[in-house]
Design a protein around this ligand. Structure first.
Ligand SMILES: [Zn+2]
Length: 55
């Protein structure tokens, strides 16, 4: 079951999906750093990450 992250910062439309929670966290951190010039805590990432069914 993959993990899906949706960025909830402003009107940001960034969304990623991966089967690896670690990969999601890594990509989300890179996104936050490059796009928002900010850091997310692990709690922030977990709050915005959900597990999704594969269609
Ligand atoms: Zn974003």
């Amino acid at each position: 079951m993959p993990y899906q992250f949706e960025c909830l910062t402003g009107s940001c439309q960034f969304m990623i999906r991966s089967s690896s929670a670690d990969e999601v966290e890594r990509l989300v951190r890179a996104h936050a750093r490059m796009t928002h010039n900010s850091r997310l805590t692990v709690a922030d990432i977990k709050r915005c990450t959900e597990r999704v069914e594969v269609a």
